[in-house]
Design a binder for this molecule. Structure first.
Ligand SMILES: C[S@@+](CC[C@H](N)C(=O)[O-])C[C@H]1O[C@@H](n2cnc3c(N)ncnc32)[C@H](O)[C@@H]1O
Length: 358
């Protein structure tokens, strides 16, 4: 594990257009802002802002509570490979809807596993749907393992790296956030045994299906084996215990003021249920609704991973002019596999906390 993760979300505004579940995740954190005294000169940093849709909504919620004539420095941070151009297009909205405030946006293209802003300058730090991304690329799938086997072992393999990354992340933010300042975190969690039986492991299921689709294409000779084996999505979903003990370890720096855990569904699930409940819904229309739902979940996933997959394929020797054609076939196969396996309720466990800098 020596290569850093530099993988961005899918470009062309694709993330912004398909991040509805992350919107619900971000919204789940908003009550944590509501009783913070914002003052008249606030610096807020969103660590891992992506293409900005959810980041801007969070910032707007904070600006709504600021007194007229206050100054707000809004800092948007993400990897240098992030498509900041989509975010930049959203910035005028913020200034237009807050004419009485003095707003200073800035962008920081740097990994959050490095220092990103001057020490003790931040009043509120925020991060949502981000810190399950690891600093380095994990082990490639060994040719001797199937996709299912690789996924079964992935959690154990990535755990030590995730523990170290969380420590580093919290330590760095502890240097940047002022004493008395806040850090609000929404972090993907892992499913408990009981939740797996109730909900299925929605997130792992979606990832596994996508790569099983690639495995199918490779077995049919449509994708080089090498391209399929490059399954190294650099993520780790922490257990509640890992999350809480990671914070507890730094108790001289961080005081946990609030904590809760919530299951956050994908909005397409509601749409699917409603379609099935219609009075005239027959088996055919229910099947169509289930297919549309499975499709929405795969579209959600490739808004995060699509460019990453295509880049791996190019690096593995797939010719440029073949990449898009194979990719379209991958999506069709993955949607079909997910529909057949049954995507369940698509809930993801989220851990929310508000930390106070000691
Ligand atoms: C699923 S998106 C979440 C984006 C946004 N916070 C939201 O709620 O919609 C994850 C983001 O984390 C960013 N990310 C992953 N690793 C990172 C790192 N080491 N440094 C900075 N950003 C990172 C990705 O580039 C991506 O934009």
């Amino acid at each position: 594990m020596d290569q850093n993760n530099t993988l961005p979300m899918t470009a062309g505004n694709a993330y912004n257009e398909n991040c509805h579940q992350q919107t619900l995740i971000m919204e789940g954190s908003l009550p944590l802002f509501d009783d913070i005294n914002l003052g008249s000169n606030l610096t807020i940093v969103d660590y891992g802002c992506s293409q900005g849709r959810n980041s801007i909504a969070m910032m707007q919620r904070v600006l709504n509570r600021m007194a007229p004539s206050s100054t707000a420095s809004l800092v948007f941070e993400d990897l240098p490979s992030n498509e900041f151009a989509s975010l930049i297009r959203l910035l005028p909205e913020l200034s237009a809807s807050n004419p009485t405030l003095k707003i200073y946006p800035s962008l920081i293209p740097r990994s959050f596993y490095e220092p990103v802003i001057a020490p003790a300058t931040v009043d509120i730090g925020f991060t949502s749907s981000t810190i399950h991304w690891l600093k380095r690329m994990p082990l490639l799938k060994p040719p001797t393992e199937t996709v299912s086997e690789y996924y079964a072992k992935r959690t154990c393999r990535n755990a030590p790296e995730a523990e170290e990354n969380f420590r580093e992340f919290l330590t760095l933010r502890g240097q940047e956030i002022k004493s008395g300042g806040y850090f609000i975190i929404a972090c993907f969690g892992s499913f408990t045994e009981e939740e797996i039986t109730r909900y299925k492991d929605a997130l792992i299921l979606r990832h596994r299906i996508l790569f099983q689709a690639a495995e199918k294409l490779a077995n049919e000779g449509k994708l080089p084996l090498k391209a399929m084996e490059k399954i190294n999505v650099p993520i780790y979903d922490r257990s509640e215990e890992e999350f809480r003990s990671g914070i507890e370890e730094l108790k001289d720096t961080w005081v946990m003021e609030e904590y809760y855990r919530k299951m956050i569904p994908h909005p397409a699930y509601d749409k699917y249920l409603k379609a099935c409940e219609l009075e005239d819904a027959d088996e055919n229309s229910k099947t169509e609704a289930a297919k549309a739902y499975a499709g929405a979940l795969i579209d959600w996933l490739v808004a995060v991973m699509g460019d990453m997959i295509k880049n791996w394929w190019r690096e593995s020797g797939v010719e440029d002019d073949k990449v898009d054609e194979i990719y379209q076939e991958l999506l069709v196969v993955a949607k079909d596999l997910l529909w057949k396996e049954g995507p369940g309720g698509a809930e993801i466990p989220l851990m929310y906390t508000r930390l106070r800098r000691a």
